[in-house]
Design a protein around this ligand. Structure first.
Ligand SMILES: [Zn+2]
Length: 186
């Protein structure tokens, strides 16, 4: 949202942030393909010296609950006690960190469905051309830069190709910061 001068360019900051937790693309026996963390709950089971922790998710259609393994047969002593307490109290920040950890998705074979779960904070600008936009990510939302830019600036994909000079390929999905220069319309 802020603007400041940076060398000869006018620089704008855009921010990608989530508005809620994404759904999980996860097939349920009922045929539905979406699950939710709902209120966000863990199940913790200490079996002797070994610990199991699952993140509970619920089918959005039939409400069947599934468990996603977070820790399996982990020695209790190897887990930081504060982290264990956070699991036991369903700490919401830990629910979010766990769900957004790509390792959990890989192990449990699901993808995150980010549709409708994030927004771009940008400012309209009547800036001197050309100007630079730096895009930062507060959450690992996968975006296609060319689409994000076309939508945010209200220009066509063809115009993106002509007028936007990115610091990386703009057709490649990313969840990390990038920047680009906007050239004037011809
Ligand atoms: Zn279901």
């Amino acid at each position: 949202m802020s603007a400041q001068s940076h060398r000869d360019h006018f620089v704008l900051s855009w921010t990608v942030r989530r508005t809620r937790l994404p759904l999980l693309a996860l097939r349920c026996p009922c045929g539905a393909e979406s699950a939710t963390t709902g209120e966000g709950r863990f199940r913790v089971n200490a079996n002797g010296k070994l610990l199991h922790v699952w993140l509970l998710v619920r089918c959005v259609r039939c409400a069947r609950t599934s468990k996603l393994a977070v820790h399996e047969r982990t020695p209790v002593r190897s887990l930081d006690p504060a982290r264990l307490r956070a699991f036991e109290s369903n700490d919401q920040a830990l629910v979010a960190r766990t769900l957004l950890d790509p390792a959990l998705a890989r192990r449990n074979r699901f993808a995150l469905d980010w549709r409708g779960a994030w927004r771009l904070e940008s400012a309209a600008v009547e800036a001197a051309w050309p100007y630079r936009v730096a895009v930062g990510f507060l959450d690992p939302v996968p975006v296609r830069p060319e689409r994000l830019i076309a939508h945010a600036l209200g220009i066509s994909r063809g115009e993106v190709e002509r007028r936007i000079k990115g610091d990386r390929p703009l057709h490649r999905t990313t969840s990390t910061g990038f920047s680009f220069v906007v050239l004037p319309a011809l």
